[in-house]
Every structure is written in structure tokens, then in C-alpha cells.
Design a binder for this molecule. Structure first.
Ligand SMILES: Nc1ncnc2c1ncn2[C@@H]1O[C@H](COP(=O)(O)OP(=O)(O)O)[C@@H](O)[C@H]1O
Ligand SMILES: [Mg+2]
Length: 383
């Protein structure tokens, strides 16, 4: 029997009703094979149905009925895995889910229920992103040579970001890939994001390396953290000197961006990345130029709807975005770098600068980044 037929029978035997929400997550997979899309959606649906309950019961008793359902999912996963092994339908499971299921399995009992030890890993529940991936979809072949296994590390509605290890360099690289059913307009925008980053030459802007036409993807330097995750993880440990160094790198990066007549338009804690050197010192890498506006060219789409994370209330149309609007987002980032919190306080030593950046009268805001920097330096003397 050929594999497609076997898969179809397997799905008939094992899949019952699946919620639409989960089918939507696996639309891309369904386009390759409808049955596999259904199976992935069903497995995701069942696991998630019990996952919150499972997290809550760690350290206490887990019912036999629930255990049986988990064991059934584990059995389906492993027999499907055996069936498609070494075929184009080989798949993998989200690292966290894999870890939780593997660690829980010895404690799941068909009868009588069981106690779940307190030190079991918990589900980081995904409700809108896939937890099952076709491996063929998860590989990237560089220059027709070897292929690399991609590990998902981030992404949003239009692209996914992965990391992979290139043994030639013995280091990780990041790889951003546009989602499959992207529109022509999104492809053009994605290329522009790459082209602009490629043209920029500044140590505080993320380096991109090569665009791959067939996949609509590009590779770039890998960063250990986003500004958000770096500060969250280290907030109590970061010295004043380190905060000032991060701030000065960030502002230098922005100064460069503005000096080449660009506005980033999407500055946020997650679009500023942090790369650690061998001594664990943080280096700022400004990234995600997906909404960049190039004042030297007519790149910006006529779409005037406002996007981004920090939305300046003074901005009427996204087309009109300029330096003064960027200053608004910069203020929040300055506060976050210096104090590790989202909002300014009146007794912050830099508050007068922040107030100017956020002023509802654009004329009161700084005229250039140099002006902002020199004013900021005065107030930072008492940081
Ligand atoms: N070079 C990189 N190194 C490490 N993580 C990255 C890298 N690029 C992106 N990421 C992660 O992926 C997330 C999404 O990437 P981003 O380029 O901002 O895409 P989007 O346009 O979907 O926001 C980032 O917030 C970050 O967590
Ligand atoms: Mg982003």
C-alpha cells in the first residue's frame, strides 16, 4: 500500500472531531496533505484540552481518564512517526511539548490515576501557533549544499524566525522565512526589509547575510536575547554602567538610521536584540525593518493605517511618520533600558527628557537625535 493511502487510513482510524481553530493553525500542512493537517490539528486539540489541567495538577493527583488520553496521543504520535519516518512527511513536535510528554509518560497510568511529581516540566501552551511541524518544512538548504535543521524561535503573522547551527562556523545563525501563502505585496515588503538592512553599515544594526529567492527567506546574525527577555531575565543584576552602555549603543544605532534618512517605525522591546560577546557583555542589534520608511525613495506603501508597538497619539497617518514620531517610541525604550519598567515616573532623573519626547505638541519634541542625546547626557549625570 502506498504511503498516502496508509496515512489516510491511519487518520480515519485515529481522528475524531477537530475544532476549526486547530484546523486553521495547520492550513499550510493541509495544503501539502489534508489528512496530515487533520491529524496534527487533532493531536494539538487533544493535548491542549488537558494541558492547563495538567499544569495545575503537577505536585498532586492526575486522573486515570486524563492519563489514558495522554497515553493515547503519545501512542498515535509514535506510531505515525514510525510510519512516515524517512519520508517527505517526517515531522517533529515542539521542544517544550516533547519535553513535557516525555517526562510525564512514566507517571501516566491506565488505571487508578497517579501522582505527578512537583519537578515535572510544564506546558508552555500554544493556542495559535503550531506545535507539530513537517521536517521538510523545517529545513533550509544553503547554496545547494547541506541542509540545516531549523528551530523555531519567534515570528508573527507574516514570517517565522528560526535558528540553525552551521558547523563550518561552529555558531548559530538566525533565519527568517516568509509564510507560505503571502501576498505579492508582502513579498515585496519582505525583500525591502532585507535590502535596507543589507545596505546599512553600523555595528548596532543587525547584520543580514543572504536572501534566498526560492524560499523568500534570509539569514542573519543570531542574537541570544531580545531587549525584553534580556532585561526580564537580568533586571536585578544589570549594573548602571551596563544600562548606560546599552542605552548609548541603542541611541547610536538610531542616530545612524536617521542619518541615512530612514525611520524604523517599529521600535519595540522585541525588535531590539541583544547579542552577548564571549565575556557576556551585551551588544545592541536593532532589527525588524519590516515597517521602515525610506525618505529617499517612495518605498512606503500608500496604506496609511498606523502600525507598530508604541503608537504616537499625535500621528495622523502612517505615511506622515517622521523623526518626531520615532522620538515617542524612543522615550519608552530609554525608560525600559534604564529602569527595567514600561512607564516613566516623575522622579526619574531623565524625566524632563522623557516629557519632551512624549509631548503632545510636536514642536516641543527634540529636533534631532543629537539634541536628545546631549540633553539626556546632562540628566544622566545623576543616574
Ligand atoms: N537575529 C535574531 N536572533 C535571535 N532572535 C531573533 C532574531 N531575529 C528575530 N528574532 C526573534 O524573532 C522575533 C520576531 O522577529 P522579527 O524580525 O521581529 O519579526 P516580526 O516581523 O514577525 O516581528 C523577534 O522578536 C525575536 O524574538
Ligand atoms: Mg518584530
Amino acid at each position: 500500500m502506498d504511503l498516502i493511502k496508509k496515512i489516510s487510513l491511519f487518520v480515519k482510524d485515529n481522528v475524531d472531531h477537530v475544532q476549526d481553530k486547530y484546523l486553521t493553525i495547520y492550513e499550510d500542512v493541509s495544503k501539502i496533505n489534508k489528512d496530515i493537517g487533520m491529524l496534527f490539528a487533532n493531536i494539538h486539540d487533544i493535548i491542549n484540552f488537558y494541558a492547563n489541567d495538567f499544569n495545575a495538577r503537577i505536585g498532586s493527583h492526575f486522573n486515570a481518564g486524563d492519563s489514558r488520553d495522554y497515553l493515547k496521543v503519545i501512542r498515535i504520535l509514535s506510531s505515525f512517526d514510525a510510519m512516515v519516518k524517512d519520508s517527505e512527511f517526517e515531522f517533529c513536535l515542539d521542544e517544550n511539548y516533547k519535553d513535557v510528554l516525555k517526562n510525564a509518560e512514566p507517571h501516566l497510568k491506565m488505571n487508578g490515576g497517579s501522582d505527578l511529581p512537583v519537578d515535572l516540566p510544564r506546558f508552555i501552551i500554544k493556542e495559535y501557533d503550531p506545535i507539530l511541524f513537517l521536517k521538510s518544512d523545517n529545513k533550509f538548504r544553503k547554496h545547494n549544499q547541506k541542509s540545516f535543521e531549523l528551530i523555531l524561535i519567534g515570528g508573527g503573522s507574516y514570517a517565522n524566525v528560526y535558528k540553525y547551527k552551521d558547523e563550518d562556523y561552529n555558531q548559530y545563525f538566525a533565519y527568517k522565512k516568509l509564510k507560505k501563502n503571502s501576498s505579492e505585496k508582502e513579498i515585496i515588503r519582505f525583500r525591502q526589509e532585507y535590502n535596507i538592512m543589507k545596505k546599512c553599515e553600523n555595528p548596532y544594526l543587525l547584520k543580514v547575510y543572504k536572501y534566498f529567492d526560492e524560499e523568500n527567506s534570509y539569514n542573519m546574525e543570531f542574537c541570544n536575547y531580545t531587549l525584553a527577555s534580556y532585561i526580564k531575565e537580568n533586571n536585578t543584576k544589570i549594573s548602571k554602567e551596563t544600562r548606560l552602555s546599552i542605552l548609548s549603543q541603542f541611541l547610536s544605532g538610531i542616530e545612524y538610521i536617521h542619518s541615512v534618512n530612514l525611520s524604523h517605525r517599529d521600535l519595540s522591546y522585541n525588535n531590539i536584540l541583544i547579542k552577548l560577546d564571549q565575556f557576556q557583555n551585551p551588544f545592541v542589534k536593532i532589527s525588524d525593518f519590516g515597517l521602515v520608511k525610506d525618505d529617499t525613495q517612495k518605498l512606503t506603501s500608500p496604506d496609511s493605517s498606523i502600525k507598530g508597538t508604541f503608537i504616537d497619539p499625535c500621528l495622523q497617518s502612517f505615511k506622515d511618520y517622521n523623526f518626531k514620531n520615532e522620538i515617542y517610541a524612543i522615550a519608552f525604550i530609554i525608560i525600559f533600558i534604564l529602569y527595567g519598567r514600561q512607564n516613566p515616573k516623575k522622579d526619574d532623573c531623565v524625566y524632563p527628557v522623557i516629557e519632551k519626547c512624549l509631548s503632545s505638541n510636536l514642536d516641543d519634541r527634540y529636533d534631532s537625535l543629537q539634541d536628545l542625546k546631549s540633553d539626556l547626557n546632562k540628566y544622566l549625570a545623576s543616574f
